[in-house]
Write a protein that binds this ligand. Structure first.
Ligand code: ACO
Length: 750
């Protein structure tokens, strides 16, 4: 039995959290042990992972002379706790050095007892000596985690699970050696493993299959989809059978272990939800069992027969979508419909279309207003507010510039003018990158594996991007990029890059890598390149050419963006929002004649929906309006009769006598110094008579003021103080009984 037991029979799918809690506590205790050691002892412990820092030495970790006295060790704690069956097994890396069982610091010059090393202890641990305490503790945590996995792999029955534990343990030990945070970097691929993910597909499902329903029913379906996703996320995969040849399931299982299961216990690994990294393949594997389990939970949410019917519909349709080859919810480019009630406060489709047309035409008129676009270069200078690539886009639209992908080939005839263009671009690049040897540029531009996106103006290349695609590695290397000097900073560089992006999206490559020259980093940043590389090194190392002094930068492409149109689309979107706001504002500024009912004096209240302008304010938000209406159902008359009833009862209570009339200066000469807003029951009666209390809130505020004033002026031992408390409680009771208003009485002091 392993320490972190994946015994499906015992755990069951929904017991994951209970088991985790107990195991996490245990791991937490194990991690605490080495952290309590002195600094030198921590360094000794970590030294077994520390390569010898001497250049010529290949030793991967410090090995001490096998003569130290032993004390309790982390490794032995893990081994003992793991299982009695495990008694004779030893922990590979801790026993090999006995590093944490020593009782005194190792002398800095003590030689490593590996025969191929023999170098001094300090040559191994120089990095740790410089590390902060926090860093040492972080590394010790990883060490314990690596040891847990290592021990676990030794006692795990299932071979696939054992291999994953061993792999992860080794991976964690490497991260101690390199002192870098463990970023999962595995041969099984990097997440998400499938697209669309289960999460995306379920969102598509709710939108695609149920958007026609009314809002209430759609929201119910949406809640079901969310609950189903949770069920998938907490589902424990079955251990594959030892003899299983189902490669697909074995791969899924190993990935799930690495990203969704082990990181629950091994906190230095990044934990992912299965629904965020797996897709249809995974869901198909677990669908029947998850659904069986989830259905009973989902049924409990159903309060009506209709909801039960909706749940059945949900399950039936989901089953069809998972198994059908034509299902749209699993299409990467699928754009599901949005329920119509989401659009109520936005804009109707026809209005939207005419608005877009209007904006485009207006823009066109603006661009052309300078007269002949080509003879008047001033008209090409973009306005301050326009996008950098706008003038280049317009030039392309009018056929003034062209973009062509060209390149050399060994097995097909190349047009003569392609050769001439390649030659001209090679010259532009050589000119613009004078530190790059010309022969090298020529070799790559004419290399058949490289392509060039050429920018042609007046039949002459004025710039280009030389690139090499690595479809199997999922990226393209941008090798050279240049625009001839007198055409720079006109937006050509941006438009050229946008064309290259669109070209790659068509060819299903979504990553660019480039070594940016130090002067070009600013330009690349503006084209959405960043020095943070998300591609795994094994994907590009050995493929991309390395340039000294240059910065490796990456650009991730989003498949559903047309980059050559992006700025114009954003311009239109901004303009639409601006116009909608203007529209709304002009409505808001409309003035109505005002209310006359007060002047006429017959009735001091009118129904809220008869007030001009109110309904317009709530247009598209009928729920809020309904709420406002419900909050104001009472007339002043009905409020008056309730309040008068309460006030009479309060006045006739035996504790009311101190509050019946205003406090006079004769009774309390300094009263006004302390009480800024006096109140009494007589004043309240007058206010009630004059219909001052148009709502209950005003009445309650005045009444509470009487009691609070009394308590702040008088001592708690006085009769006044006690009467204030008694009367306040009585008031709250009557308020609840007669006016249905409930107030918490905790403010009453005794
Ligand atoms: N540093 C910082 N910002 C720059 C640079 C630069 N070197 N060049 C352009 N930009 C900015 C522009 O000011 C503009 O910013 P804005 O939109 O805020 O006004 C934005 O980048 C885009 O400018 P464009 O006009 O579209 O770019 P341009 O047509 O000038 O082309 C290019 C840019 C290709 C870098 C050009 O300047 C050039 O040929 N430079 C010399 C050669 C070079 O350095 N090539 C790159 C070497 S690295 C490599 O090849 C992998």
């Amino acid at each position: 039995m392993s320490l972190i037991n994946i015994d499906q029979k015992k755990m069951g799918p929904n017991h994951m959290q209970r088991i985790q809690k107990h195991q996490l506590q245990w791991i937490h205790q194990l991690k605490q042990e080495p952290k309590n050691l002195e600094r030198w002892a921590k360094i000794e412990l970590l030294s077994q992972f520390s390569e010898c820092k001497l250049d010529q030495c290949k030793c991967e970790g410090w090995l001490r002379k096998p003569n130290a006295t032993t004390t309790t060790t982390t490794a032995s704690s893990i081994n003992n706790a793991s299982s009695n069956n495990n008694a004779g097994r030893s922990s590979a890396f801790i026993n090999s050095s006995n590093a944490n069982s020593i009782t005194r610091p190792t002398p800095p010059d003590e030689p490593c007892s590996r025969t191929d090393c023999n170098h001094a202890f300090e040559d191994h641990v120089v990095n740790y000596i410089q590390a902060t305490d926090v860093e040492l503790n972080r590394l010790l945590d990883i060490m314990v985690e690596a040891e847990i996995l290592n021990t676990n792999s030794g006692i795990e029955d299932h071979e696939g699970t054992r291999v994953v534990y061993q792999y992860l343990s080794k991976f964690l030990r490497n991260s101690i050696t390199t002192m870098t945070p463990p970023t999962m970097d595995i041969k099984l691929g990097s997440p998400p493993f499938e697209r669309p993910t289960i999460h995306q597909a379920l969102t598509n499902f709710a939108l695609h299959n149920f958007s026609h329903k009314n809002e209430e029913e759609w929201r119910f379906m949406h809640e079901l989809a969310k609950s189903f996703l949770t069920a998938v996320n907490i589902w424990m995969l079955d251990i594959p059978k030892q003899s299983s040849t189902d490669r697909e399931y074995n791969v899924i299982y190993s990935r799930w272990l690495c990203f969704c299961y082990v990181p629950v216990f091994i906190e230095s690994l990044t934990l992912k939800d299965p629904t965020q990294i797996f897709g249809r393949m995974y869901l198909k594997q677990i669908f029947p069992s998850v659904t069986n389990n989830w259905q009973s939970t989902a049924e409990k949410r159903c309060q009506t027969e209709r909801q039960k019917a909706l749940l059945n519909e949900f399950l039936q349709q989901l089953k069809i979508e998972i198994n059908s080859n034509d299902s749209l919810i699993w299409a990467t480019e699928f754009d599901p419909p949005i329920p119509s009630f989401f659009n109520t406060c936005l804009i109707e489709e026809t209005k939207l279309k005419s608005l877009i047309k209007e904006i485009k035409e207006e823009r066109e008129r603006q661009v052309n207003k300078g007269g002949d676009l080509f003879s008047d270069p001033v008209s090409l200078i973009p306005e301050m507010s326009s996008a950098r690539d706008e003038s280049a886009r317009i030039e392309e639209k009018h056929g003034k510039i062209e973009f062509h992908i060209i390149g050399n080939s060994m097995n097909r005839r190349i047009d003569k003018h392609d050769y001439l263009w390649l030659n001209a671009i090679q010259n532009v690049i050589s000119h613009q990158l004078p530190r790059m040897p010309k022969e090298y540029i020529t070799r790559l531009v004419f290399d058949p594996k490289h392509r060039t996106l050429a920018l042609i103006k007046n039949n002459r290349p004025i710039g280009g991007i030389c690139f090499r695609m690595f479809p199997t590695q999922g990226f393209t290397e941008i090798v050279f990029l240049a625009i001839t000097s007198n055409e720079q900073v006109k937006g050509y560089g941006t438009h050229l890059m946008n064309h290259l992006k669109d070209y790659h999206i068509k060819h299903n490559i979504y990553h660019f890598l480039t070594y940016a020259d130090e002067y070009a980093i600013g330009y690349f940043r503006k084209q959405a390149f960043t020095p943070e590389i998300t591609l795994r090194e094994e994907q590009y190392l050995g493929y991309i050419k390395d340039y000294e002094g240059a910065t490796l930068m990456e650009c991730k492409l989003t498949p559903n963006i047309v980059h050559t149109q992006l700025t114009s689309v954003i311009h239109i979107q901004k303009e639409i929002v601006k116009r909608l706001i203007q529209d709304k504002q002009s409505q808001m500024r409309r003035q109505y004649s005002g209310l006359t009912c007060f002047k006429q004096g017959h009735d001091r209240q009118i129904p809220i929906d008869q007030i001009e302008g109110i309904i317009e304010c709530y247009k598209g938000n009928s729920d809020s309006f309904r709420q406002v209406k419900e909050e104001n159902p009472e007339t002043v008359d009905s409020i008056y009769s309730q309040l008068s009833n309460i006030l009479n009862l309060v006045k006739s209570h035996s504790a009311a006598w101190p509050f019946l009339k205003p406090v006079s200066p004769a009774e309390a000469p300094d009263y006004q110094e302390y009480i800024k807003h006096p109140m009494d029951l007589k004043t309240m009666s007058e206010r009630l008579k004059s219909r001052y209390y148009v709502n209950k809130r005003l009445f309650i505020i005045d009444m509470k003021r009487i009691f609070n004033n009394c308590r702040s002026y008088n001592n708690p031992e006085t009769e006044y103080y006690r009467n204030a408390n008694t009367l306040e409680r009585y008031f709250f009771t009557k308020l609840r009984e007669i006016a249905g208003v409930r107030i918490q009485t905790c403010s009453t002091r005794t």
